[in-house]
Design a protein around this ligand. Structure first.
Ligand code: NAD
Length: 352
């Protein structure tokens, strides 16, 4: 098997490439990345040690992808993944990279008959209907109420039949548009593909920043004793996300790669669900316990565009298809992030 991982020096891409190299000694793994993400360069020695070939290239350029040569499978992990991307008045990068780039990936897959695993996002679900859900305020977090105004929403989270009308951020829109293209490529060219709509993925080697990679960002602030801010929703810190350890995701992707015929055509939410979820307030508590440091957390009631008070992945569709289940708890995710920061303190202090 020759497998190309695009965005292969990124957080998920590097974990996937290295995880597959460890599982399959005979496979040839390639990681293509333009190193746009700050800190991605720190993953290059890890890729090298695992025997993954690094290709410095840009998915906006079809020729860069074609230079990778024949491949049997393509795991599309590249993106401009920030929900705030383009809000500064320049949508070009997020559209060219996430949409034109995805098209180029599909072209490569079409030409080589490669099976595609596409990492999509919970951000395909529109913002306003998510923000309008019935929410209950518990002591440390928001909860989804049992009586919801739309289909696809319940206390277990958001399911794939949640209505798709409405704006969803440029990031979410480019990802949904790429999903639609995949559907057309399956229909017109017999492309085999699976779409994983991921909630928050977290773990070591995520170069967390304020608008992407919140759990690493929170732990970094605790470790380096920087102050933080609860932004929006009254500044209470009760906003909630489910989270999934990146190694749990790699386990699932390895299964999907091994069984293309079984997974082809599946579009499924992938996340920790209600069972593995945290509010920021709870995250602060855990970060303080694990790092041994308490930091000041200011409150800001200013709302951030595209933000929602709670998102939980309802993974019932996925769970009906596989025995795979997340194995790592929210505490384990944070503890692993902390151990990684402690081991690589000086490199991370410089890069992030
Ligand atoms: N991390 C999450 O919580 C999460 C959640 C849902 C979906 N996803 C999806 O998973 C995928 C990977 O996300 P991540 O968290 O690893 O992000 P990341 O930013 O760590 O990795 C993305 C990588 O893509 C590279 N890249 C960006 N533009 C490129 C281009 N034009 N050509 C080549 N490489 C390019 C970046 O340099 C980076 O290394 C993305 O598609 C993202 O949308 C991530």
């Amino acid at each position: 098997m020759r497998v190309l991982v695009t965005g292969g020096a990124g957080f998920i891409g590097s974990a996937v490439a290295i995880g597959l190299a460890e599982r399959h000694q005979g496979w040839e793994l390639m990681a293509l990345d333009n190193l746009r993400r700050r800190g991605a360069e720190l993953n290059l020695p890890r890729l090298r040690e695992a025997g993954v070939r690094f290709l410095h290239g840009d998915i906006r350029e079809l020729d860069d992808l074609l230079a990778a040569g024949e491949c049997d499978a393509l795991v599309e992990c590249s993106a401009e993944p920030s929900a705030l991307a383009g809000r500064d008045g320049s949508p070009a990068y997020v559209v060219h990279s996430n949409l034109v780039g995805a098209y180029n990936c599909l072209e490569l897959a079409r030409r080589h008959g490669a099976y595609v695993i596409f990492l999509s996002t919970s951000r395909v679900y529109p913002v306003r209907p998510l923000a309008a859900l019935a929410i209950e305020e518990a002591q440390t977090r928001f909860e989804l109420g049992s009586d919801q105004p739309v289909t696809g929403a319940s206390p277990a989270g958001i399911a794939e039949d949640f209505p798709l009308a409405g704006a969803r951020t440029l990031y979410g829109a480019t990802k949904l548009a790429a999903e639609l293209l995949i559907e057309e490529y399956r229909d017109a060219y017999g492309l085999r593909a699976v779409i994983d709509r991921c909630g928050v993925i977290a773990g070591p080697w995520q170069m967390g920043k304020v608008d992407q990679g919140v759990f690493t960002f929170w732990m970094l602030a605790h470790h380096f004793r920087r102050s933080l801010e609860y932004i929006g929703f009254g500044g209470t810190g009760k906003q909630v996300r489910d989270l999934l350890h990146v190694e749990d995701l790699v386990d699932l992707l390895a299964e999907q790669l091994a069984q293309p015929e079984r997974w082809d055509g599946v579009v499924a939410n992938v996340g920790g669900g209600r069972g593995i979820s945290l509010s920021l307030l709870e995250t602060t508590q855990l970060c303080a316990e694990i790092s041994g440091h308490s930091v000041e957390v200011r409150r800001s009631a200013v709302e951030r565009p595209g933000d929602v008070p709670i998102y939980l992945s309802d993974c019932a569709r996925l769970e009906a298809l596989t025995d795979w289940r997340p194995r790592r708890s929210a505490r384990e995710v944070l503890a692993d992030i902390h151990a990684w920061i402690s081991r690589h303190e000086s490199a991370l202090a410089r890069a992030l």
